[in-house]
Write a protein that binds this ligand. Structure first.
Ligand code: M6R
Length: 369
């Protein structure tokens, strides 16, 4: 069943271009508008939404963090993202005009289920983003947008994450479309760009050999740090989570702007630091700031592993290792930037002799609180 791969994780990483394409399938009409009628929340109700709250755990939570950037930018609706396990214990403010998005691959995560039950008790509408047909979370939600990743077997989530991102972008763009924000033209352009993402992920996968080699060379390290900004920040968190669960290494993700507020004290000779660089187009201020972060940490001895867009030459002098990703619109970059981090973690786990598909102490779906 592993289709010739040594591990399900490798197979699932390789399936990502198809998973992304399948999740878009039938949801964009030939004129470039989104058709999410399957969601069955009337457009009128979506126009009345005053707040969006995303609840999820682990990797799905990271998808939620990225969704916030997309939802707030394209819809101007305030969006909060909260760990499902924390949500109901703080007496969150919810009412009929709150749209709660519960993201879950399995649809059986108890923390997420309890959060959505709490939200519905307070009168909020719940939209599930889920990969498992007929599972508990979509059954208990008001509406569901399924991700079409196909079954994910490896404990470490990969293709489900990319499709969760696609689903969240679709929700954000759809909300923007039905509410008619000032970003109408941008929304139409991004919908077109989404169609190219599957091919971009494919291209990333074709260039992963140097990443595997790099991972093997770091097998005896104790710590790897990850830095990002804007949507690259949750990508850094996801890269660190993958490394913890698969390689059993100490790994932490930081918002690069926080470096000087503490984490820079961790930088010492030869510590590997993975930096996700935003596109030099788009929010170029952030790009320039992160390039100076790379210079700062390198001056303190860090081994810099830089993930940057093709054609971005400014990073070249400061990158000990350079991983290229295709150019995408800023908000869509996580779809390509996450892939090398998955490959990196998988290869490090292998090099350290760990069980890739079944990391110690972990279960594929966490059905207890
Ligand atoms: O099935 P879910 O998406 O609700 O699972 C949530 C987390 O348990 C899950 O993403 C976990 O963090 C993964 N093992 C990460 O790779």
């Amino acid at each position: 069943e592993k289709g010739g791969y040594d591990y399900f994780m490798l197979k699932e990483i390789a399936e990502q271009p198809k998973a992304v394409a399948d999740t878009l399938l039938g949801r964009i009409d030939p004129a470039g508008s989104l058709t999410l009628d399957e969601v069955r929340i009337p457009a009128g109700a979506l126009r009345e939404v005053e707040k969006v709250v995303v609840v999820a755990c682990g990797t799905a939570f990271h998808a939620g963090l990225i969704a916030k950037y997309a939802i707030e930018h394209w819809t101007r609706i305030p969006c909060e993202v909260e760990l499902a396990s924390e949500f109901r214990y703080r007496d969150p403010i919810l009412d009929a005009r709150t749209l709660v998005i519960a993201i879950s691959q399995s649809g059986e995560t108890m923390d997420t289920l309890m959060a959505l039950r709490h939200a519905r008790e307070q009168g909020a509408k719940v939209l599930a983003v889920c990969n498992t047909n007929g599972s508990t979370i979509p059954r208990e939600s008001d509406a569901v947008l399924y991700t079409h990743a196909g079954p994910e077997v490896a404990v470490a989530s990969t293709k489900a994450f990319l499709t969760q991102l696609v689903a969240c972008y679709l929700v954000a763009l759809y909300l923007g479309q039905v509410r008619g924000t000032k970003w109408g033209d941008e929304i139409r352009a991004v919908v077109r760009d989404l169609a190219d993402i599957s091919g971009a992920v494919e291209r990333v996968l074709e260039t992963m050999e140097p990443v595997r080699e790099l991972a093997r060379s770091l097998a005896d390290k104790n710590t790897v740090l990850f830095l990002g900004r804007h949507v690259g920040y949750p990508v850094a968190l996801e890269g660190a989570l993958k490394l913890k669960e698969l390689a059993y290494m100490h790994a932490e993700g930081f918002a690069a702007g926080e470096l000087k507020h503490g984490p820079i004290a961790l930088i010492e000779e030869d510590v590997p630091v993975v930096v996700v660089v935003p596109s030099p187009r788009g929010r170029s201020v952030l790009h320039d700031k992160i390039v100076s972060n790379i210079q700062e940490i390198r001056a303190r001895g860090a081994r810099t592993i830089v993930i940057a867009e093709e054609g971005d030459e400014t990073v070249v002098p400061y990158a000990d290792h350079l991983i290229r990703i295709p150019a995408t619109p800023t908000l869509l970059q996580p779809l390509v930037a996450t892939v090398p981090l998955q490959v990196f973690a998988c290869e490090l786990a292998t090099a350290r002799g760990n069980e890739v598909d079944q990391p110690r102490n972990l279960a594929k779906s966490v059905t207890v609180e």
